[in-house]
Design a protein around this ligand. Structure first.
Ligand SMILES: Nc1nc2c(c(=O)[nH]1)N=C([C@H](O)[C@H](O)COP(=O)(O)OP(=O)(O)OP(=O)(O)O)CN2
Length: 311
């Protein structure tokens, strides 16, 4: 956002405030050229308008609460779908919605289809042909603008990627946590996550790249074997086969069902929590590379949080 606003409007006292990292979004997006992908962003906000009796554009505390509430009710932990795309089909299914999403993606090498049957609110439909960061920023800006008073003349919501260090490796995953009482039960919510690997306390960026790119294929859905209702699966791996796997479970908000390309699904034996995923990764590295020394893995769940396992 430029800062000319406060300089050019000089008839009444005005100002522009900003809050960096007001919230973080963890969601999933559907892109016809990539498929369903986990995403995480820092959220920054700028708001400009007339000053009140305290000299505030808007109280920081109230703005933080409002932005968090709006994001939680809309895009956070949702699957964002571009409903103007010809790759997207929608049907109502009683209390649920049913979405069919077709992707042509070089990452998988075939035409692939994701289906998602979910309680209302699990999908955030966007009136666009595709979902980009810029389009989500515009959508969030509209949502926040709409809930602020008329004294506010300018709003900008910006999404910022986590940078990491020069050697950081990231992967993107979606998952649903069957028994979670909150929005993490949604089968397609996701994260952009860093992975760090240490062998005998020495950082191993080669193994980090192996985990992100080879084991998980950079973009992956992580399912537990007890979520599978039909299709083949093998815990601890992704299977490079041109077929789908069906997942289903019921949480406190309703029933979730999905069909996902098998080559994009990694199966864990127990839970899809970050603790279980990290343990699965550490065990895999130890066995696959016959490592005798202690292997310590830090897998993030989105930004600044995650789990550590040493084996
Ligand atoms: N110990 C764990 N706790 C939680 C896990 C987990 O794997 N291990 N996972 C989740 C969800 O998957 C969720 O996506 C985490 O996102 P988060 O933003 O922390 O969840 P909230 O929306 O509940 O948090 P806010 O700070 O309110 O945004 C949850 N917990």
């Amino acid at each position: 956002m430029d800062n000319t606003f406060s300089q050019t409007v000089n008839r009444e006292p005005v100002g522009t405030l900003f809050i960096k990292d007001v919230d973080r979004i963890d969601c999933a997006t559907f892109d016809p050229s990539v498929g369903v992908t986990g995403k995480s962003w820092y959220v920054d906000v700028e708001v400009g308008g007339a000053l009140d009796d305290n000299g505030f554009v808007y109280d920081f505390s109230l703005l933080k609460k409002l932005v968090k509430k709006i994001l939680k009710e809309t895009v956070d932990h949702a699957l964002l779908i571009p409903i103007k795309s010809s790759s997207v089909e929608f049907e109502s299914a009683g209390d649920n919605e049913r979405w069919t999403l077709s992707a042509k993606t070089k990452l998988i090498g075939n035409n692939s289809t994701w289906t998602y049957e979910c309680p209302k609110g699990s999908v955030y439909p966007v009136r666009s042909l595709k979902i980009t960061r810029n389009i989500i920023e515009q959508e969030c800006t509209k949502l926040v603008r709409h809930r602020l008073p008329n004294t506010i003349q300018k709003v900008a919501v910006k999404l910022r990627k986590e940078e990491g260090d020069a050697h950081s490796t990231f992967f993107r995953y979606t998952h649903g946590i069957t028994g979670h009482e909150g929005l993490c039960q949604r089968l397609f919510h996701g994260h952009r996550s860093r992975v760090e690997v240490f062998v005998a306390d020495e950082r191993r960026t080669d193994l980090e790249r192996y985990v992100a790119h080879d084991l998980f294929g950079s973009i992956v859905h992580i399912a537990s074997v007890d979520q599978v209702t039909s299709g083949v699966y093998e815990p601890g791996m992704r299977m490079n086969r041109d077929e789908s796997v069906s997942l289903a479970y019921t949480g406190s908000l309703g029933t979730y069902k999905a069909e996902i390309p098998l080559s994009r699904t990694f199966f864990v034996k127990s839970f899809t929590s970050i603790e279980s995923i990290t343990t699965e990764v550490a065990m895999h590295l130890k066995e696959r590379f016959h490592i005798q020394a202690p292997v310590r893995v830090h897998c993030y769940e989105g930004i600044d949080k995650g789990a550590i396992t040493e084996v």
